[in-house]
Write a protein that binds this ligand. Structure first.
Ligand code: THU
Length: 155
């Protein structure tokens, strides 16, 4: 069912590459350190050189010191493979206490970091995210998730 510029699709309709990435994101959620929220998130990135990077959310007793799965993954990719473009990111949520049929979309801070990644590489990447009930949402590029985003010139 199309929602504006997002698509909500059953898992079987994902391309094999994206389905594989989503599986990696689900696996990554198992490594979350989320004792406070009990909300485990996994992210998997596919880079243009074929590397797959996975990460999970890491919380802290001083709450703002924790970090979302997406940013752990994106910052790791930027430091380990600078200049290598991101092709796709998949994000999966694991939680028993959350409603199964809800969409859990990346938070605003992660969208801003995705926007920076897109600007930096000057090409969009696919974004796939799912909630605990495996409802999959898909979009191409950050613009549908973060229209009119903040940018600075690097010149
Ligand atoms: N979280 C993510 O990892 N990604 C998001 O996009 C939203 C929220 C994490 C942060 C925190 O550890 C937990 O989910 C609850 O907010």
């Amino acid at each position: 069912m199309p929602i504006d510029r997002f698509l909500q699709i059953p898992e079987e309709q994902l391309q094999p590459e994206e389905a594989g990435l989503l599986t990696k994101a689900r696996e990554a959620a198992l490594s979350a350190y989320a004792p406070y929220s009990k909300f485990s998130v996994g992210a998997a990135l596919l880079l243009e050189n074929g590397e797959v990077i996975t990460a999970s959310n890491q919380e802290n007793a001083a709450f703002p010191s924790g970090l979302c799965a997406e940013r752990v993954a994106l910052f790791y990719a930027g430091s380990r493979f600078p200049g290598v473009a991101l092709k796709s990111i998949a994000v999966a949520v694991l939680s028993d206490k959350k409603e199964k049929d809800r969409v859990y979309a990346p938070c605003g801070a992660c969208r801003q970091v995705m926007a920076e990644t897109e600007n930096r590489q000057n090409q969009p990447f696919k974004i796939i995210f799912e909630g605990p009930g495996n409802l999959i949402t898909y979009c191409n590029g950050i613009e549908p998730l973060l229209p009119f985003s903040f940018k600075l010139s690097t010149e």
